[in-house]
Design a protein around this ligand. Structure first.
Ligand code: PBG
Length: 332
């Protein structure tokens, strides 16, 4: 950008801002239903819509309830969802075995939803954490999340989810080599059109706290945190390195997570790679905004829409947000 030679009063920046029509004309970014991905929690059973303590107005739905909910939201323009399962603790184990069962909650949900709404895009995490007793995204051996053993499980999980009809597989585990490994298994099994959106720059963040409450995996045991695989929030070059590798390994889309505190990463990623870039407004961001809104400290509509426009301004092509149902109603 060239530095302006004309100065006040020849130039008055406020002239463009003075009226609503000219503010609309000069607006550089916009937000629409096409930008929204709804992350949604599912649970076993029927006719169930369960509250989540750490996330006001967010629920765990049984599959039948979710289908009813989706019908209304699709009529408002909902285009894609991301599914997250809440698994009973007695079904979890060290290896996350249930993740590899083609009749598990996620696979049944994918099939039922695809059956009802064939054109709705379905995204599913490839990671073991909802299914492991220790809450980690991989297999734990001698207190370490074992990279290569985990890859084998992720390949299998990816294959059964693709087979169930999942459109976008989203590896969220941060193991090394997982995108290539999953891409190869898909190619070998005639799933060459299944998309991979890698959680390429996923930080070890405290803002995931409420999500772990939602999927009942808040107590991490041995190791007590995810620092050995998720990114250090002090780093940004390392995130670019991760993203470059995931693209080379065959990712179609990449994601940065969390969202608002990490817009510098979104912006760098989009500038550097220019590929479809997504951002996840995570559970902690949702709960912070919601608490302030419920206390009357923030205006609901203005603060939520501002956060969306900030994502778009930073370069995001789409946003995972728990505000999706609210946004769809407001945009209608
Ligand atoms: C699991 C996963 C997490 C989130 C999405 N997938 C949590 C974690 O890595 O511990 C967080 C989403 C949110 O906080 O809303 N791999």
């Amino acid at each position: 950008m060239t530095s302006p030679k004309r100065k006040f009063p020849l130039t008055r920046m406020r002239r463009n801002r003075m009226k609503s029509f000219s503010r609309r004309l000069i607006s550089e970014n916009s937000f629409s239903v096409d930008d929204i991905i709804w992350p949604v929690f599912i649970i076993e059973g029927t006719k169930t819509k369960e509250k989540i303590d750490a996330m006001p107005n967010v629920y765990r739905y049984s599959i039948d309830k979710l289908i009813i909910e989706l019908e209304g939201l699709i009529s408002l323009g909902l285009n894609s969802i991301a599914l997250f399962p809440n698994i009973a603790s007695d079904l979890k184990d060290n290896d996350g075995s249930l993740a590899l069962d083609s009749n598990n909650l996620i696979c049944r949900a994918i099939k039922s939803i695809k059956n009802e709404f064939p054109s709705l895009g379905i995204i599913s995490d490839i990671a073991l954490d909802p299914f492991t007793s220790h809450g980690h995204d991989g297999v734990v051996v001698d207190g370490i999340v074992h990279n290569d053993l985990t890859l084998k499980k992720l390949d299998e999980q990816a294959l059964i989810y693709a087979n169930a009809g999942c459109d976008i597989l989203a590896p969220s585990d941060m193991m090394d080599g997982r995108v290539e490994s999953i891409r190869n298994i898909l190619e070998k099994n005639n799933f060459e059109n299944t998309l991979i959106m890698s959680y390429a720059a996923k930080y070890a963040s405290s803002f995931y706290g409420p999500f772990r409450n939602a999927i009942s995996s808040e107590k991490l045991t041995k190791p007590e945190n995810k620092d050995s695989y998720q990114l250090d929030y002090a780093n940004s070059n390392e995130a670019m390195h991760e993203i470059a590798i995931d693209i080379a390994e065959g990712a179609d889309m990449i994601m940065v997570k969390p969202g608002l505190p990490y817009l510098d990463i979104v912006s760098r990623a989009k500038d550097q790679f220019g590929i479809p870039t997504f951002v996840y407004q995570v559970s902690g961001e949702y709960s912070m905004l919601t608490s302030a809104i419920e206390n009357g400290f923030l205006n609901k509509k203005e603060s939520i829409f501002e956060s969306m426009l900030c994502f778009k301004r930073s370069g995001a092509d789409g946003i995972f947000t728990y505000f999706a149902p609210y946004l769809l109603k407001e945009l209608a």
